[in-house]
Write a new protein. Structure first.
Length: 180
């Protein structure tokens, strides 16, 4: 039975994903089926509370959800700053140029192996272009971003989910007469 106001905003990735009763990785509940339509109703850091068509809800690592496409933006409209893949493209170009220069110097013998390793240590770049689709690695957020040429969004990340708690503050707890 579908809840009347249910409108999916995301689907579960093609290999399924774990779900939790609470945003706590130590207490998994049940796995979600691949490509299950869900509605993202709340975010807490990397955690997302989802609701299924039957009304059941759970917490998931929201970064792995696949967004259901929205209506495309109007032609000629500007990118919103968070949707603009341009800064990631600029970073990729600069990182690749830096690496290429180090490789050329190392290959020509003007740069020894230890200096080459030092100049390239920590350098990370990732770009996959397939027609109008592009996947870019966002070094600052340790995630892959996908763009179809009109907008960009997180495609995948390897980080563990974390709560959205300001530094120096404890997360909010629900307290009942029996304790937290």
């Amino acid at each position: 039975m579908t809840t009347p106001d249910f409108r999916p905003t995301h689907v579960v990735p093609q290999h399924g994903m774990p779900a939790w009763e609470d945003p706590d990785p130590a207490r998994p509940t049940a796995p979600l089926d691949p490509l299950l339509p869900v509605q993202l109703v709340e975010r807490r850091g990397d955690w997302g509370q989802i609701r299924c068509a039957n009304g059941w809800s759970a917490w998931v690592d929201a970064r792995h959800l696949v967004a259901v496409p929205l209506d495309p933006p109007l032609p000629g409209g500007p990118f919103a700053r968070e949707d603009d893949p341009g800064p990631l493209l600029v970073h990729a170009e600069r990182a690749l140029a830096h690496y290429r220069a180090a490789v050329e110097e190392h290959a020509s013998g003007t740069l020894d192996g230890e200096t080459f390793r030092g100049r390239t240590r920590g350098l990370r770049v990732g770009v996959v272009v397939d027609g109008e689709q592009v996947w870019l690695y966002d070094v600052e957020r340790s995630r892959w971003v996908h763009s179809d040429g009109t907008r960009a969004g997180t495609y995948a990340t390897d980080d563990e989910p974390r709560a959205a708690v300001a530094p120096g503050h404890e997360p909010t707890q629900v307290v009942s007469p029996d304790g937290p």
